[in-house]
Design a binder for this molecule. Structure first.
Ligand code: GCB
Length: 590
């Protein structure tokens, strides 16, 4: 990748070609629980680079002199660049980048001293939107695409004592990405989740999956996969129950079923157990709950008992931080949902930070997790499918030990075409194959003739249904009509209903955009939905107002105002109390 002669880059338009073929995917992910990390968070020098000059000119090689020893003029100066504290969304980090949706280059130095002979060192980036490229000491280590799932890069071969690391993060929206170009949320750019270094032994535990055997209450299933096809013995332990079981590992994998009566996890009593897995020099740990989730006819059963999912939808968006949520932000959202009477949250429309599921495990909140197969994804394109499936795999690998997560959603509001049917059926099958301990869903749309007729429902366990009666479809009488005309044989979750209302904007229930109108729609929606036996839950749209460039009406001000709570995450609108009262009644009926 050496720059041949001066200005040689200016006539090259396929400059990205040399960076192809080094994509990091779910196959590079590894289990992170219980491992020591060294943070690479903190101050990084940065430059906005909308023309991708870093990639075109190979800035990461940092060549200050030519072969003859003459000093070269440079278009960059790493140490002279300003600094930004990562992780963050650059849109909220500096006012001049609020609308910026292109490439940013980040670089810093760090010191490395080996701790153990033969150790391997990896960088995990919790999330960077959308295409991330990593360079260490002038060498290209690879790329990752997908704006909401973690990326893993091995640094070992390129490490020195003093290191220069450089990242490029390209937040461009593109039609062949997942999500595609057009979404109803703000496209925050940045390396916005933790940057961490991991030191692992030569052979390490790549996957560690522990769950209750579906349908049982006293048998655990353990799966493990190592980094190499090694042979040997792994040891699984669950100290609180005195379990220490040895697992024969063959070809780098092991599967075991272990008798172990446990106290089941529920939202009301979110019991967690410490578990650990050892292989050779490596050890992984987690804190997990055990629960059974399945459907029977029109019911959703948690640990064998019918359950009504009193939910709310949620985006990842805080006014001062965008998507770079802190643990406090996550806890605030879960506690707000609890105050509303919820036992369930839909984390729309992309994988949220793993902090959410970790907290939900601890605090007792059921979760729906989703990948951004949103609206008009290019369903006919094989590469787009691969991208979607990879994001799904990365999410499942990340969160499958979380008892709180009961549903994987393979997408939202997609037109019911043949191509979409085959694309999303494949995703549903992939999710099922990777994880048989959860239910599969997707947020479908009401058909043009007001029925639940989406063909995708055939392959889902639970039908998610977005309906906006009273709002986009203004006639609320069509809601009972919808259910009179549809006889789904599976449980339905109303994955969205709602109405925009600006906090403090008053008027009559007929005036769109007023809090009275929103509250009235919530009153009528909940009253109707309560009568429908197949409706086993709901996640109205949405907990908090969120940024949205498509929303330019003065009442919106570039926000989607369907929040039950204002974007300040404090001020509750009247519809909040309507939903709270409805959920209290539902809870009392249980
Ligand atoms: C929907 C979408 C969601 C939007 C919402 C709205 O159906 O799934 O992403 O934000 O409607 O407010 O229009």
């Amino acid at each position: 990748m050496e720059k041949k002669k001066p200005l040689s880059d200016i006539h090259v338009e396929d400059y990205l070609e040399e960076y192809a073929g080094r994509e990091k995917t779910a196959a590079d992910a590894f289990f992170t629980g219980g491992r020591e990390t060294e943070a690479l968070d903190g101050l990084w020098h940065y430059a906005a680079d909308p023309y991708n000059t870093c990639l075109r000119q190979h800035w990461y090689e940092a060549r200050g002199v030519n072969a003859a020893g003459f000093t070269l003029p440079l278009d960059f100066d790493f140490e002279g660049w300003p600094t930004m504290t990562l992780p963050c969304c650059w849109n909220t980090a500096a006012p001049e980048f609020f609308w910026y949706e292109s490439t940013m280059v980040f670089t810093r130095r760090f010191r490395y001293l080996p701790k153990k002979a033969g150790e391997r060192v990896f960088l995990r980036v919790g999330a960077a939107n959308y295409a991330l490229r990593v360079f260490l000491n002038g060498r290209y280590l690879g790329s990752h695409t997908g704006g909401s799932t973690p990326a893993f890069f091995e640094l070992t071969e390129a490490l020195q004592t003093e290191n220069r690391i450089l990242l490029t993060a390209d937040a461009s929206r593109r039609p062949r990405q997942v999500p595609p170009e057009n979404t109803d949320w703000f496209n925050y750019g940045g390396v916005y989740r933790e940057l961490e270094l991991y030191r692992l032994p030569g052979t390490f535990i790549r996957e560690f999956f522990v769950r209750l055997k579906p349908g049982s209450t006293d048998r655990l299933l353990i799966s493990l996969r190592l980094s190499d096809p090694a042979e040997g013995e792994a040891v699984f332990s669950l100290p609180e129950k005195g379990v220490e079981a040895s697992l024969p590992v063959s070809g780098g994998t092991a599967e075991a079923e272990i008798p172990c009566p446990v106290q089941l996890w529920t939202p009301e009593a979110p019991k967690l157990y410490d578990v650990a897995l050892r292989f050779g020099e490596d050890r992984a740990e987690d804190r997990v709950g055990f629960r059974d989730i399945r459907t029977e006819g029109l019911q959703i059963l948690l640990n064998g008992k019918p359950l009504f999912l009193r939910g709310v939808s949620c985006h990842e968006d805080a006014p001062e931080r965008g998507k770079a949520l802190t643990e406090e932000d996550c806890e605030q959202a879960i506690l707000e949902a609890k105050a509303l009477g919820c036992n369930f949250m839909r984390l729309a429309h992309y994988p949220h930070t793993e902090k959410m599921a970790l907290l939900a495990d601890r605090l007792g909140m059921l979760l729906w997790e989703e990948i951004p197969v949103y609206w008009a994804v290019r369903f006919s394109d094989g590469a787009v499918y691969a991208e979607a499936e990879n994001q799904l795999s990365e999410l499942i690998l990340r969160d499958r030990n979380r008892a709180s997560v009961i549903l994987w959603s393979v997408g939202n509001e997609n037109a019911d075409t043949d191509e979409r049917f085959s694309f999303m059926s494949r995703l549903a099958a992939a999710a099922r194959e990777r994880d048989g301990s959860r239910l599969i869903t997707a947020a479908c749309m009401v058909s043009a003739d007001n029925r639940i007729a989406d063909r995708l429902a055939e392959v889902l366990d639970v039908i998610g249904l977005n309906e906006y009666f009273g709002w986009y479809s203004p006639d609320l009488r069509q809601l009972p009509e919808l259910f009179a005309r549809s006889r789904p044989a599976k449980p339905v979750i109303i994955s969205e209903f709602g109405a925009d209302a600006l906090f403090g904007h008053h008027g009559t229930a007929e005036d769109k955009g007023t809090v009275e109108c929103q509250a009235e729609i919530y009153r009528r929606q909940t009253a109707e939905l309560a009568k429908i036996p197949c409706v086993r839950g709901m996640t109205p749209w949405i907990l908090y107002d969120f940024r949205c460039p498509r929303r330019t009406h003065p009442l919106q001000g570039y926000y989607n105002r369907k929040g039950l709570v204002d974007a300040d995450r404090r001020r509750r609108k009247p519809a909040w109390y309507v939903l709270r009262d409805f959920y209290e009644k539902k809870k009392a009926e249980e």
